[in-house]
Each structure stands twice: as structure tokens, then as C-alpha cells.
Design a protein around this ligand. Structure first.
Ligand code: ADP
Ligand code: MG
Length: 716
């Protein structure tokens, strides 16, 4: 209605009253809403109140030029169409008026009122067309901006989908999402809450603009309480135009939310993050920068984002579950592998224990011979020597066995690689698995023949104890494949830059399927098998940069072929044994000997003294320490574990008081491997117990020679 009238509003400005009346009547009769003004001032005042659609201006007004009024009117109401009226019609005036923005001009006196109306009507039409055009433009702009908002939101939804794939960690992804929400919905406060399934509470997982809250982690909203709690409980979105007047919120709840919740603004939008079956969380937005309420579009947009997020959260959770299941599996596998290694070690150790008993029987018997012989009237020196030699040999053999046990019970992964003689490793492994290939089958009346075809081979770079395990496991499998006995063959050959080892049995063999799967962890065809032996073998061989393959024929036998990289040169720096002659010329040194075992101490001290050394013997770490503080020695020989100070601690004390004094550590423990610790303690040599007297004498001599220590003894 108002529109209708404004479109017909005409202002007539003329100082001649008759003209004003004439035009008023004419235009009013045509349905226009007419106002008349006699002066420019009046005209501008009326135009200021209600801008006319068309103004008819007399060109000659008192005090002001009509053209000037035209200009000022256009300034005030730029949309108004102006028709000039003049009695002095001349082309120049008309052109001038049009140039100043007039639409048309009329000539006074109006001899043809029809023409006059026509001109006004055309001006009115022009005004209304322009107005319509403006309205259309406005509408288009509005639609454009809505469209671009919709496009940008759509785009952000697509981006969100992409972000899901990009972010590997859930917290980062959530933070990214809440940033997008705050940005796209133009809000100052946004929070993303997740449901804690165990406590049935919501907690804030990520937020924007909640800086006024000191500690977000303490916020806990029970499901069903407050806005967020309700949304989480019902799975339905919540749009609040004014928190205080919203009837859906009882007073208590609204007060709570306003007083100590993070949802502190009157305008709230809260949507659930829901998967197909459960609500995982809630997104809340408040404090819209424009202050406007949230629209259906906003709700749809936020729900779209929440939907994407639900997928992402579920995906991450599944991934986490999978990860932890995988970890459990891995741990179980490691445990089983360890158990399998232990089982193998146990079997080997059992074999050694058996051999060890034999050895002790020999020593026992020979010592009895010696004693009996000494008790006789005329002891036979040759027989005595033979017995003593046999005892010594047995002891040496025993010492070697102990070292082997230590080798295969060391559970160390970082053992430095050395040059390894694969032939020795083979013999070692065969020795250690004696019970498996000898006693067990023989007890059942079966025989396993062992054949060695060990060639000239260069050393391989590796870890002897691990390689013993490889061969041990191959032996176990081969024996298990020959329940009726058979032949077990070991062959080593140099093969270019590699060393080839073949372990063949004449057992049951295997079919193609087994051959293909043989190295799979847990693959077994045995009722009591663990299926890990070959995995351990495979792991060790590949760690050594080698390769393993299997050839087999059912009922004929199996051959495992192991290829290991050869080492170009023996890097082992074997110390040259000191010749007896040299030792005989050995410079005597002053020496502190710390050992708690009386038998061991007496034997070594006696031997050292027999070789001319000046020995102070002590039976524990504390006595040794006291001596170190008061006396001076060329060399300290110490046991590792003794009452009082340990060998390492004593070494520290020696280095502190007598930095030039050399140290030899005697130990029954496998400390050689702890090279770093040995080096740090300033220990010069480690001798493994049981240790031969000769070995100790050689070590003493070597140290003196190497360091060219000026012996304290000779200075005195
Ligand atoms: P397990 O001995 O516990 O079964 P392994 O990993 O040591 O596990 O061996 C896996 C499978 O490979 C065995 O169950 C067996 O079927 C096959 N296998 C291994 N070595 C031989 C062999 N020398 N002769 C025949 N089959 C073998
Ligand atoms: Mg096995």
C-alpha cells in the first residue's frame, strides 16, 4: 500500500498559484498523491519528509534559480524524476535542464493538458521501473550472498571430509573441526564435547573462545543435564533463541548453564555428533558475532559437519582398538618366541649338564688315582703325570662348556658382531644338542648318524650365540622329522662372497604347502609344536644379511640352505700367546690379589709367587680398598663379586688413588659383553673363570709389557 502510494507521489513547485491548482487537480484526478510547494525551501522540506516519485519544478522561482533547485533536490532524493516547467522555452534552457538530470520539460502555459499528463506519467513510469530494478538488484545481491555462503559451507564440508583423512590424531582433527565451526558460523565461542562412556558424562575435547574458563578439563556434564547434556541424551539438536525465555529449559537448568557453564550466551545452537547407533558427543556454538539467531541453514550445516566428525571419531576409535589388539598380539608373540628360545636353551643346557657330569666323574676318578698313587710306596711319576694331564684336560673342556652356556643364555640383542667360524658354530650346536639327537633316539632304539662335511670357509660376520641357535633349531626340526632315525648331514662351503651351510636330514620331508608356509610364525604341522622355530631361524639369518631356503621331498628328506655373507678378513685381534721362555724372563711385579674364594685365591697366589711376583692377597673388597689407600701396586687382580666392594667399585678406587696401576678382572659372570662398563671402569683385561694359571700369568706379563710399566718392585 505504502509502496503503491510512493510510486504515485508527485511534488509540484511553482510560485504561481493558478498553476499549482491546475496541476494539483489534473494529477489528483489521474490518481496521483500530489503535494504543492510555492517556494524552493518548501519544496526541499517536503521532499525531505517524503521523497516524491516525480517533481514538477518551475524554472523561475523567487530567490532561487529552478536549475539550482533541481540540483539540490537530486542531491536529496536521487531517485526522484524531475520535469522542468518553463514559459521561456528555449533549446538552451531545455538542454541545460536535461544536463542537470531532469527527465523532461514542459512548456507553460499548458495549452494541452493531455501532453502534460503524458509527460508526468512517463516520468512516473520511469521512476517505478528504476525502483523495481533496484529491488531486483537487491534481491539478486541477497541471493548471491546466500549462494556464496552455501557454497563456502558446502566447500568446508568437503574440506572437513578431506581433513579426516589428513589428520592422524583425533585431538588434532577435533581442534581443526572446531576451528572450522567457529569460523564458518562466525561465533566467538564453540565447544566440542565427547561422551565418556564409562561415566556417562560429557567432557570438553576441543574449544574456541572459552578462555575465561581456567581449566576446561574439569568440566563434566552428566548426560541429560543442561543443553549439551540433553542433546547428548536425546540425540536431537537444540536451537535456543533466548536461553532465558526458552520454555524447554526449566529455570534451574537455565540458571546452571548461565552461571557456571561454558554455554553462557542467550543464543545457542547445539547439535549431536551421532553415529548410526550412539551419540558420541555434542558441538555447541554461542556468541554469534552478528548477534543474530541461528537459522535452519546453520543447523543443517553444523549437523553436516557433526555427521562427518562422527565417522571420523568412530574410524579413529576402531583404529585405536585395532592398534591395541595388534600390540597385544605382538606382545604375545614376543612372549612365545622368548619361551621357545628358552625351551631350546633349556634343552641345550640339559645336554651340557649331562656332559658336565661325565667330566666331573673323570676328574673325580683321576684325582682318586693320584691320591692312591701318592699313598703307595713307590708312586709312578709317569702315571701321576698322565692323571694330572687328564684332570687338566677335563677342566679345560669344562671351562669351554661353561663359556658356551654363557654364550647361549645371554639375552642380548646389541652384542657386537665379530668374525665367526661357522664350522665351530656347527660343532658347538651339535655338541649342545646331544640329548636330542643321541640320547633320546637311542633310548627308543633309533640311531641318528651325524655327518660333517665342513669345508675351508672364511669367517662370517655375526653373532656366534645366535648362529648356534639357528643350527640348534634346524637340528631339532630335523630330528623331529626322523622319528625312525636317519642321517643328519652338515655341509659348509665357501660360495663367492658368501658362506653356504646346508643341513640335510633323511626324514619325512614336507609337501609344497608346508614348504611355502614354513617360515610363517605359528605355522606348525605338529600337535605339540609352536611353529616358531623357523621364524626364529629366519629372523636371525636375515638380521645377519643372509638368506635361507628349503628343498624337500616327502618321505625322502629335507635340506635347509643358509647363505651368510663372508667377512673379508679376520678382524679378530688375537693376542699372541706369550711363550714360556719369555715368561721365564718376566719382570716381577708387585700385585694385589683380591678374591673371596679361598681355594681359587690360594692356587693363583701360589702360582704368581712361584713366578717371582710380590703378591699381597686379600679376601674381600674392603680389605683391598684399605690396601689401595696405603700401599702401591703395579697391578691389581680382582674378583668381580666379593663381600664389601665389588670388582668394579674396587677398580674405581684404584683409578682414583693409583691411576697408573693396571687392573685385571676375574669373573665367572659373562662380563666380557659389558664392554662399555669394563672400559669405563679402566679395567685392562677380563679373564673368565675358570681361568688357567697360565692364562693369568700371560695376562700379567702382557700388561706389564704393553704399558712398559716401571715395576714398583724394581724401584724399591
Ligand atoms: P614347530 O617345530 O614347532 O612345528 P617350526 O617353525 O620349527 O615349528 O617348523 C614349522 C613346520 O615346518 C613344522 O611343523 C614342520 O611341518 C616343518 N618342518 C620344519 N623343519 C622340517 C624338516 N626338517 N623336515 C620336515 N618338516 C619340517
Ligand atoms: Mg621346530
Amino acid at each position: 500500500m505504502a509502496d503503491q502510494r510512493s510510486s504515485q507521489r508527485v511534488l509540484v513547485v511553482d510560485h504561481e498559484e493558478t498553476i499549482r491548482y491546475l496541476l494539483h487537480d489534473l494529477l489528483a484526478s489521474e490518481g496521483c498523491e500530489v503535494r504543492v510547494a510555492a517556494s524552493a525551501g518548501e519544496a526541499l522540506e517536503f521532499a525531505g519528509e517524503q521523497p516524491p516519485a516525480v517533481a514538477l519544478l518551475d524554472i523561475k522561482l523567487p530567490g532561487i534559480n529552478g536549475l539550482e533547485l533541481l540540483e539540490r533536490l537530486k542531491e536529496k532524493c536521487p531517485e526522484t524524476e524531475v520535469v522542468m516547467m518553463t514559459s521561456y522555452a528555449s533549446l538552451e534552457v531545455a538542454i541545460e535542464a536535461i544536463r542537470h538530470g531532469a527527465y523532461d520539460f514542459l512548456q507553460k502555459p499548458f495549452d494541452d493538458l493531455e501532453t502534460t499528463w503524458l509527460s508526468v506519467r512517463r516520468a512516473l513510469e520511469k521512476y517505478n521501473l528504476a525502483k523495481e530494478k533496484r529491488a531486483l538488484q537487491c534481491e539478486q545481491e541477497r541471493q548471491n550472498s546466500q549462494l556464496s555462503l552455501a557454497v563456502s559451507r558446502l566447500w568446508s564440508l568437503i574440506e572437513a571430509g578431506r581433513a579426516i583423512a589428513e589428520f592422524s590424531s583425533l585431538p588434532k582433527l577435533l581442534d581443526h573441526f572446531i576451528g572450522v565451526v567457529a569460523d564458518k558460523l562466525e561465533v566467538d565461542r564453540a565447544s566440542l564435547m565427547l561422551v565418556d562412556p564409562s561415566s556417562q558424562e560429557l567432557h570438553v575435547a576441543s574449544a574456541r573462545g572459552l578462555d575465561d574458563i581456567e581449566d576446561l578439563t574439569v568440566i563434566r556434564v552428566p548426560l541429560g543435564s543442561g543443553i549439551a547434556g540433553r542433546v547428548a541424551a536425546t540425540g536431537e539438536s537444540f536451537v535456543v533463541r533466548d536461553i532465558r525465555s526458552d520454555l524447554r529449559l526449566n529455570e534451574q537448568c537455565a540458571k546452571n548453564d548461565l552461571s557456571h557453564s561454558f554455554i553462557s550466551a542467550p543464543v545457542v545452537l547445539s547439535v549431536p555428533i551421532a553415529s548410526r547407533t550412539i551419540v558420541l558427543g555434542v558441538i555447541n556454538v554461542t556468541n554469534r558475532r552478528s548477534g543474530a539467531a541461528f537459522t535452519e541453514d546453520d543447523l543443517a550445516y553444523l549437523s553436516g559437519l557433526a555427521g562427518q566428525l562422527a565417522v571420523a571419531i568412530e574410524r579413529t576409535r576402531h583404529f585405536d582398538e585395532l592398534q591395541s589388539a595388534y600390540e597385544t598380539l605382538k606382545a604375545t608373540k614376543e612372549q612365545l618366541v622368548f619361551a621357545e628360545r628358552m625351551r631350546a636353551t633349556g634343552q641345550m643346557a640339559a645336554g651340557l649338564a649331562h656332559d658336565f657330569n661325565n667330566l666331573l666323574s673323570v676328574i673325580l676318578a683321576r684325582s682318586e688315582f693320584v691320591l692312591r698313587s701318592l699313598g703307595s710306596a713307590e708312586p709312578d711319576p709317569e702315571k701321576l703325570r698322565a692323571d694330572a694331564e687328564a684332570i687338566k684336560r677335563s677342566c679345560l673342556h669344562g671351562a669351554q662348556m661353561i663359556r658356551r652356556i654363557q654364550d647361549c643364555t645371554r639375552i642380548r640383542r646389541d652384542v657386537e658382531e665379530t668374525a665367526v667360524d661357522l664350522n665351530a658354530v656347527v660343532r658347538n650346536a651339535v655338541d649342545m644338542t646331544g640329548p636330542k639327537w643321541k640320547e633320546e633316539p637311542e633310548a627308543r632304539g633309533r640311531r641318528v648318524e651325524i655327518v660333517f662335511e665342513l669345508g675351508e670357509i672364511p669367517p662370517v660376520r655375526g653373532n656366534a650365540q645366535e648362529l648356534v641357535q639357528v643350527i640348534g633349531n634346524l637340528i631339532f626340526n630335523a630330528i623331529e622329522a626322523m622319528p625312525a632315525g636317519g642321517t643328519l648331514r652338515f655341509q659348509t662351503v665357501a660360495d663367492g662372497e658368501q658362506v653356504r651351510l646346508e643341513v640335510s636330514d633323511t626324514g619325512v620331508g614336507m609337501n609344497e604347502e608346508t614348504r611355502r608356509r614354513i617360515f610363517e610364525p605359528f605355522f606348525t604341522t605338529k600337535t605339540t609344536g609352536h611353529g616358531l622355530g623357523t621364524s626364529i631361524i629366519y629372523g636371525i639369518v636375515t638380521r645377519h644379511g643372509g638368506d635361507i631356503s628349503v628343498a624337500s621331498q616327502p618321505n625322502r628328506g629335507t635340506t635347509f640352505r643358509v647363505l651368510l655373507p663372508a667377512m673379508e678378513q679376520m678382524s679378530r685381534t688375537e693376542s699372541h700367546p706369550v711363550r714360556r721362555r719369555e715368561r721365564e724372563r718376566m719382570t716381577p711385579v708387585r700385585l694385589l690379589f683380591a678374591e673371596d674364594d679361598d681355594l681359587v685365591r690360594d692356587v693363583f697366589v701360589e702360582a704368581l709367587r712361584m713366578n717371582g711376583h710380590d703378591v699381597v692377597a686379600v679376601r674381600d673388597g674392603d680389605h683391598a680398598a684399605r690396601r689401595i689407600e696405603t700401599d702401591r701396586f703395579d697391578l691389581v687382580v680382582t674378583d668381580l663379586s666379593m663381600p664389601g666392594l665389588s670388582g668394579f667399585e674396587l677398580a674405581g678406587l684404584v683409578k682414583q688413588h693409583q691411576p697408573d696401576t693396571s687392573i685385571i678382572l676375574l669373573s665367572g659372570w659373562a662380563v666380557q659383553q659389558d664392554e662399555e662398563r669394563v672400559r669405563q671402569a679402566g679395567i685392562d683385561r677380563v679373564l673368565a673363570k675358570p681361568c688357567l694359571v697360565e692364562e693369568l700369568l700371560d695376562a700379567v706379563h702382557e700388561i706389564v709389557r704393553e704399558r712398559s710399566v716401571e715395576p714398583a718392585l724394581s724401584q724399591r
